[in-house]
Design a protein. Sequence first.
Length: 107
Amino acid sequence: MAEHSEHTREHGIEFGTLPADLDDESYPLTHERLLSQYGNYEIGLPDSDVPLHEILPPETEQEYEEPESVRQTILTLVGADAVGREGYSDRGGYTADADGSTEAESF
């Protein structure tokens, strides 16, 4: 996967240069223009980089009023794909045994 600045990562998604480029765009922005201009931008997920055109549906009449609305659409459509290991937490606390019971971790 490509390396990106930590400032472009949110909720497990690496946006790369897309946010800065969208800030320079004219709004409202049609979905068609978004895909034609930015569809090949790589969005970093935990297991792979995916082009934006594979995340967004190809045909919709949606218009984006600001860069934030594009970002929110991406976050919504990626959903659980951006989550690393489901059920994993590095916060400590309780762990579930194979039988489902929980027990406090000892450090």
